[in-house]
Design a protein around this ligand. Sequence first.
Ligand SMILES: Nc1ncnc2c1ncn2[C@@H]1O[C@H](COP(=O)(O)OP(=O)(O)OP(=O)(O)O)[C@@H](O)[C@H]1O
Length: 327
Amino acid sequence: MKSKPILDIRDYHVSLWIQEMMTPVIRGVDLSVNRGEILGILGESGSGKSVLLKTFLGLMKASSYNITSGEVLFDGLSLLDLTLAERTALLGKEIAFIFQNPTQTLSPFKTVSWHFKEVFRIHGLDYKIEKVHEVLKDVGIQNITAVLNMYPYQLSGGMGQRIAIALAVVLNPKLIIADEPTSAIDASLKLKILELLSKINTKYNTSMILVTHDFDVIKRITHQTAVMYGGIVMSYGDTNDLFSKAVHPYTLGLIKCANALKGEAHEIYQLEGYPKSPLAFTAGCPFAERCAYKSSICETVIPKAESFAGGYYRCCNPILEGGFSAK
Ligand SMILES: Nc1ncnc2c1ncn2[C@@H]1O[C@H](COP(=O)(O)OP(=O)(O)OP(=O)(O)O)[C@@H](O)[C@H]1O
C-alpha cells in the first residue's frame, strides 16, 4: 500500500488584492507530493505557481491575500493553522527552499561558513561540521575548508547554487521546494545541477517540488507533474504518462513549443496569445481563448477534473483518440 503523501493540497483557493479588488488567483488546486518523489510544477509566467506555494507557506505579506478555502497537509500537519512560531520552526528545517538565484539565499557580507552556522543556530541545534562537509561533498564542492571561508562574491554562479543547495539539505528536510533552480545559471551547468537534485532526492529520500517554465527540466528529473494555467491545474499525473500522450490541448501546445525550440519539429510552433490577468478571469476555462479545440461550453465552465495518468486533467474537449504522441 502506498504511504500518505508528504504534502497534500486540497481544493485550494486564494484571492489577492489586485487594483484594490480582492481577486481570485488560485481557483481550486488539488495536488500531492509523494514521499521520496519529485513533483514538477510547470507553467507560463503568471499561471499562479508562486502564489500557490508562497501563500500556504506564509511567505507573502499577510494583508495581501486571503485563502478563501482549502486544506494543506504537510506530513499530516495542517499548514494553514500554524502559529508564526510553529511555521518559523518548520521552514528551513522540515521544508527548505532553493531559490532561482543564490544571491537570494546568501548574504554578501557573510562567509559560507557563517551561513551554515546560522541554519543550525536558527533552529536551536548544535553546529555539526562533519554534516556540513558531507553535504558540501555531496554537491561537488572541492577544497571544502577554503570554500567555507569564502564570501559569496568569490563564488561562481554554479558554486553559489551548489552551496545554496547544500544549505537547503544540511538539516535533512522532508521536503525541498526549488523555484527555478537552473534559470540563473549557464546552460552548461544546468544539467549538473539537475543531476545533483536528483542525487539528493535518491540519497536522502527527500521529497521535492520543482517549479519551472522549462519543459526539459520537468522531463529530466520529475516523477509527477502539475501543469498550471490561470490559477488552475490543467493536468497532473505521472510525468511520463502525462507527456507521452498529451490529452490536454494546453499540454499539447507546451510539447509542440518545446519540440520546435529544440529543432525537432518540422515547423515553427508557438502558442498564440498570452495568459489572462486574474482581473480578466471569467467563469470559463482560462485557456479557452488560446485553445484550438475549444467549443462553446469552454467559455462557460471551468472543466471538472477527470482521472488520467494517476492524476487528472481539466478539459471539456480532451484529445482522447490515443492522445498526441510526444515521441
Ligand atoms: N503581490 C501581488 N499583488 C498583485 N498581484 C499579484 C501579486 N503576486 C502575484 N500576482 C498576480 O497573480 C498572478 C499569479 O502570479 P504568480 O507570481 O503566482 O505567477 P507565476 O506562475 O509564479 O509566474 P512566474 O513564473 O513569472 O514567477 C499573476 O497574474 C500575478 O500578476
